[in-house]
Write a protein that binds this ligand. Structure first.
Ligand SMILES: *[C@@H]1O[C@H](CO)[C@@H](O)[C@H](O)[C@H]1NC(C)=O
Ligand SMILES: *[C@@H]1O[C@H](CO)[C@@H](O)[C@H](O)[C@H]1NC(C)=O
Ligand SMILES: *[C@@H]1O[C@H](CO)[C@@H](O)[C@H](O)[C@H]1NC(C)=O
Ligand SMILES: *[C@@H]1O[C@H](CO)[C@@H](O)[C@H](O)[C@H]1NC(C)=O
Ligand SMILES: *[C@@H]1O[C@H](CO)[C@@H](O)[C@H](O)[C@H]1NC(C)=O
Length: 498
């Protein structure tokens, strides 16, 4: 009898989280990552996991020549002036400029990426760097998460209609560019129905996007440029960085003035991502110690192969963790009611609302919002979604060689980690870094912000910083906006965390 209650409780939670996840068929960033990892770690997967290679085409050369050797636009399509967003519906008054529009990434296929760009305040925008933010998935929108729930200047009220200010927005310290990538994510589209999505194609199109975007915003062409992102952007960011370096070298000129890469809770190495995740579960009282022991014994994450014993342990983990709590923020609340409210619920930047996905979904699907943002100009036949389902054809099993290469090319590389994320936890990142066998420059120490520990940090030789953010989940700037803002300031300034 005594056992029954917890059982019922669990069933209740399982049903509830399934229900919540299925309103509008909305899928979140983590679910998309799970699907890919499950596919990679099963016997019958057909994903190409070989090391990443830059797709090199003549079209790029042509474009590079245009951008590198002359100041003119690579192609006259849109214009900066036309892309200026006068005002978003329901936004409070602000003192910075916003832009939104489309950049063609493949003319033949009719593929275009939607971008949303928020400049810094008009007094500082000219000397602040340019920062590109990428969300993961694969298949998730940087507008849905980065811009509207994490580091952007606004958050959406629970009425799905009005916006409130995020005063810890990263456009306090940078001009921030959000892009929905690849085609098929959010407002980004392809007119050709036949498409293969994967790491290589995404890197190539992200690069094209970037170069064409710089053509439209030429005052940013020589600006210090940083690539930042989270989760599966652990693939996207280093792969785009590698593509930038490749084309700079090939053109013997600085086409894109890349200075560094910053990635949070990064999917970066299949083996350590998996190992670190189960170890995190086992040491945070989410699975039994006995189950963790079995996982160690029966699961070999270095091979895409699952034994029956391993599968059994992982199923047990699904029930204990995935179907029970928010793995992306293990101590955080679940979204129990995703319905909009007629009046905005009281907001607090320090207390992230787990139902925010629903508010953003409602807001970005409004025709007046789309019009104001210059989005969905071709009248797509489907709605805007935070994450889209893709068959992913290639996903390198490790990104660590790329990270090394970026470091060797003098880029600043920071890997940060919200320490209450269970999906790509700090253990995974730490194991991945250990695999690189880098000498330590500055030993592990607590970093402080506002008189409290903001997290812990260790700096490696060759300029790699590993920093945790205390009390933050997968979406660090959502849960710990103040600490995240301290982190980005130090990253951009190139100063150690205090
Ligand atoms: C552009 O799209 C076409 C048609 O889908 C494809 O064959 C081609 O490889 C793409 N080009 C690039 C550079 O990705
Ligand atoms: C896609 O098709 C629409 C409708 O024909 C057209 O207006 C748009 O320019 C096309 N997009 C691209 C990137 O070619
Ligand atoms: C690359 O550019 C530098 C300086 O602009 C020049 O000295 C050098 O000869 C160039 N190298 C090649 C291979 O063109
Ligand atoms: C959300 O709205 C639906 C439809 O109006 C309603 O059936 C449901 O009970 C509401 N959910 C909650 C938890 O209030
Ligand atoms: C685009 O607009 C059409 C027509 O207004 C709408 O039905 C569709 O949901 C929108 N799609 C996206 C991706 O915004």
């Amino acid at each position: 009898m005594g056992n029954r209650r917890p059982c019922l409780f669990l069933v209740f939670l399982v049903t509830l989280s399934r229900f919540v996840a299925q309103i509008h068929g909305v899928k979140n960033q983590g679910e998309a990552l799970d699907n890919l990892y499950k596919a990679k770690f099963s016997r019958d997967y057909s994903i190409d996991t070989r090391p990443f290679e830059v797709i090199d085409t003549n079209q790029f050369e042509e474009m590079n020549t245009l951008l590198g050797k002359s100041k003119c636009h690579p192609r006259k399509e849109g214009s900066k002036k036309k892309d200026r967003i006068k005002r978003l519906p329901g936004q409070p008054h602000v003192r910075f400029s916003q832009y939104g529009g489309y950049i063609t990434v493949n003319k033949t296929a009719g593929a275009a990426f939607y971008y949303y760009f928020v400049e810094a305040d008009k007094h500082s925008k000219e000397h602040l760097p340019l920062l590109l933010w990428l969300n993961g998935g694969p298949g998730c929108s940087s507008l849905a998460y980065g811009a509207m729930q994490e580091l952007g200047p606004f958050r959406v009220h629970s009425n799905g209609k009005t916006l409130y200010r995020n005063r810890y927005s990263w456009n306090n310290v940078a001009n921030v560019l959000f892009v929905e990538s690849p085609a098929g994510v959010g407002f980004s589209y392809s007119n050709s129905t036949w498409r293969t999505n994967g790491d290589r194609q995404t890197a190539a199109e992200n690069y094209r996007f970037l170069v064409n975007w710089l053509g439209r915003f030429p005052e940013y062409k020589n600006r210090d440029f940083y690539i930042a992102g989270e989760s599966y952007a652990g693939h996207y960011a280093p792969q785009l960085a590698q593509t930038v370096l490749h084309h700079n070298k090939k053109a013997n000129t600085t086409i894109v003035n890349l200075k560094g890469v910053l990635i949070g809770n990064a999917a970066i190495d299949d083996e350590t991502d998996n190992q670190g995740m189960y170890d995190f579960f086992g040491t945070h009282a989410l699975i039994s110690y006995d189950n963790l022991r079995k996982i160690h014994r029966y699961c070999d994450f270095s091979r895409a192969h699952e034994s029956a014993e391993c599968r059994h342990s992982l199923l047990k983990t699904d029930a204990d963790v995935w179907n029970a709590i928010d793995v992306y923020n293990i101590y955080g609340p679940l979204c129990l009611d995703g319905n909009l409210t007629s009046r905005p619920r009281k907001t607090s930047l320090m207390n992230f609302d787990p139902c925010s996905d629903y508010y953003v979904y409602a807001y970005l699907n409004r025709p007046d919002v789309q019009e104001a943002m210059h989005a969905n100009v071709t009248k797509l036949t489907y709605d805007w979604e935070p994450c889209s389902d893709f068959d992913w054809v290639d996903s390198a099993s490790t990104i660590l060689p790329l990270v090394k290469e970026l470091m060797e090319n003098g880029l600043r590389v920071w890997l940060f980690s919200g320490d209450t994320d269970g999906r790509v936890p700090f253990t995974s990142t730490q194991y991945a870094i250990n695999k690189m066998k880098l000498p330590i420059k500055t030993e592990w120490y607590p970093w402080f912000h506002g008189g409290e520990v903001g997290g812990y940090v260790q700096v490696y030789k060759g300029d790699l910083t590993f920093a945790t953010v205390r009390g933050a989940g997968h979406m660090v700037p959502s849960i710990q906006p103040v600490r995240a803002s301290a982190l980005i300031s130090h990253f951009l300034a190139g100063t150690p965390l205090p």
